[in-house]
Design a protein around this ligand. Structure first.
Ligand code: ADP
Ligand code: TYD
Length: 208
């Protein structure tokens, strides 16, 4: 077993920015090297968290209040952090996450306009105070992201372009606030170019 801790790498951005595509490629890349990485996604990633996800993304549950949404998102996160993320980092594996705590700041803070300072405290509680080592924020315009997501939309995606614009503005603020771990990537570039940029950062940081 490795004696050093694994790195915690998160991906953030609005719906349809291309995160899942890049997360998948990065995990595949790591697993071709000697460095094993595991993949998690939010909300979800454990049995309990996936059940919470079902409630959160159910198109028929339009009455969920903004506060309930924030608490369910962070409830899902707490279980995932405790059950999967911390134990695997401690084993020396990298953890690559498709969304983590900054999604709550961007969507429930920027999108639903809940006080961001309070959400930061809530996130600290839910995450057992762990923070990503690096966050790749994939920036795309909401119009482009919407074009890419032409399949059936979940409850949050149904809220439309206005919400996505507020979420994007919030991400740009969050990136400034947490600039020591944030890398902003232009998501309008091609899938392969974005992947190459991500890999060059991973190599620079000696995460291999
Ligand atoms: P997200 O996880 O951010 O919602 P996805 O990775 O699922 O986004 O991508 C949404 C759609 O856009 C998919 O059909 C994917 O193939 C496509 N896509 C992803 N990255 C790009 C890109 N850089 N340029 C064009 N299309 C992309
Ligand atoms: P998902 O299908 O995983 O979307 P994507 O592929 O775009 O990541 O759906 C997750 C949705 O939940 C997405 O609209 C963002 C939202 N979300 C929040 O509102 N707050 C959060 O804390 C998290 C983790 C996700």
């Amino acid at each position: 077993m490795s004696t050093s801790k694994g790195k915690f790498i998160t991906f953030e951005g609005i719906d349809g920015c291309g995160k899942s595509t890049q997360v998948k490629k990065l995990v595949e890349f790591f697993n071709k090297t000697k460095k094993t990485a595991i993949f998690v996604r939010e909300p979800g990633g454990t049995q309990i968290s996936e059940e919470i996800r079902e409630i959160l993304l159910n198109r028929h549950l339009e009455d969920i209040s903004d506060r309930t949404e924030a608490l369910l998102m962070t409830g899902s996160r707490s279980q995932l952090t405790h059950e999967i993320i911390i134990p695997n980092l401690n084993k020396g594996l990298h953890v690559v996450a498709d969304r983590y705590s900054d999604s709550t700041l961007a969507y429930q803070g920027g999108g639903r306009q809940i006080d961001i300072e309070w959400l930061i405290r809530l996130n600290q509680f839910a995450t057992y105070d762990i923070e990503p080592n690096v966050t790749f924020y994939i920036d795309v315009l909401p119009e482009e992201a919407l074009k890419r997501k032409n399949q059936e939309k979940d409850r949050i995606e149904m809220a439309g372009i206005e919400l996505q614009s507020r979420v994007r503005n919030a991400y740009l603020e969050i990136a400034k606030r947490f600039q020591s771990r944030y890398l902003i990537i232009d998501g309008h570039d091609s899938i392969d170019n974005i992947h190459d940029i991500i890999i060059s950062h991973i190599k620079q940081r000696k995460y291999l």
